[in-house]
Design a protein around this ligand. Structure first.
Ligand SMILES: [Zn+2]
Length: 159
């Protein structure tokens, strides 16, 4: 994975390094090695004035069929744990789009599909969207497993 981080942990290079390791780790739990190699992610910290009520967002930059380049925006006023967990959530969306589980179509009308079935986003609550159920269901576990792997690595020299 190619990861760039802007506007987060700029004054804390050691945390920025761990943050980058976390993103790699999330990717390794969510996608095959071959797919990970082709993924490019820009992580950008943004203030509340730009994020509004959102804590994070993930958009594809290259192609909406099977995208490989993504921008993840993260609310920069959250504490570290929430930032790490929010990025885990957005990485689930990266996986969904990269694998073609979640697709966006623009013609003839804008629609989103989940495993090739159209999802009427006007009729469903955010919390019932299948891609959000998966992302919310996995974000905590991804973060916890990273912390555990990191602790093991520090204690025993392996993960
Ligand atoms: Zn989400």
């Amino acid at each position: 994975m190619q990861i760039t981080i802007t506007g987060l942990y700029d004054d804390k290079p050691e945390v920025k390094e761990i943050f980058s390791q976390a993103i790699e780790y999330y990717g390794s739990l969510l996608m095959s090695k071959a797919l990970c190699r082709n993924i490019e992610i820009d992580i950008v910290g943004r203030g509340v004035d730009e994020m509004g009520s959102k804590e994070g967002s993930c958009i594809w930059e290259d192609d909406y069929i099977r995208p490989r380049c993504f921008t993840i925006e993260v609310l920069d006023t959250m504490d570290d744990e929430d930032i790490f967990e929010t990025v885990a959530h957005e990485m689930v969306h990266v996986k969904q789009m990269a694998k073609g589980e979640l697709k966006e179509r623009f013609t003839p009308v804008h629609k989103q599909t989940w495993n090739n079935k159209i999802v009427d986003t006007n009729k469903l609550s955010y919390w019932d969207l299948p891609w959000e159920i998966e992302a919310h269901g996995r974000q905590r576990g991804l973060f916890v497993r990273f912390v555990e792997a990191k602790q093991k690595q520090e204690m025993f020299g392996y993960d």
